[in-house]
Design a protein around this ligand. Sequence first.
Ligand SMILES: Cc1ncc(COP(=O)(O)O)c(C=O)c1O
Length: 245
Amino acid sequence: MIDMKQVIAEHIASSDHLAKKHVHPRLMKMFQVGGMGTVFTRAEGPYLFDAEGNRWLDMLAGGGVMFIGRNHPTVRKAILDTVDTDTPNLCVVNASVLGGLVAGRLLDLAGGGFGKVVFANSGTEATDVAVRFARYATRRRRFLYLEGSFHGRSYAAVSLCGWKEMQDGSEPLMPVTTPIRPNDIEQLRRELSYGDVAGFILEPVQGMTCTVLTPQYLQAARELCTKHGTYLIADEVQTGLGRVA
Ligand SMILES: Cc1ncc(COP(=O)(O)O)c(C=O)c1O
């Protein structure tokens, strides 16, 4: 049997651990060159601890874990308790009790107007699901996205990335996509008026550029999308669940 505690203990403090070699060597190299090569061995709430026991305040705010805090005792207990119940998962002829519980809670939090939840493993998968649903429901094919945006690394998501470096080498991308300028209501109005747009995807605050969409733009986007039968797809991977006021 694998002793995970021991395996992690053996590797975590190594400044040369295997992820640097096998998972994202270029990113790690970039951090190292930028003087950010600290190896963290423990995390608690907003704090990270390095191998020498120094405590660091993590100032990042975008990722989903940040609004709960790392290794939050309530989340940790829920995970451990659940594993202990031997609950069956992936029973082909039934649905997971846990999925139903989470879906019910999410719909409560969403505050009405929604009836179903589709689970995804990642932000990029959520983007792909939204693209497929919008295509299916509208029978249209064209999508609008904003310059400077980021929606993930899978095929549909990369096709809708306004951050062009992400697309290099992945061409040909999804054929009918149109980049538009953030906060330009007239351009949005014009593009939607052709009546062929399945979905318009946006981040309320762009993770890559920190561009903030104005309340007027978001309101106009909502109204124009409704008027022209286009799905407004809000990518809140960076902003959802209380991370912006
Ligand atoms: C706004 C936004 N959308 C989508 C994604 C993709 O999420 P994931 O990395 O979970 O696929 C990210 C990831 O940072 C993101 O910031």
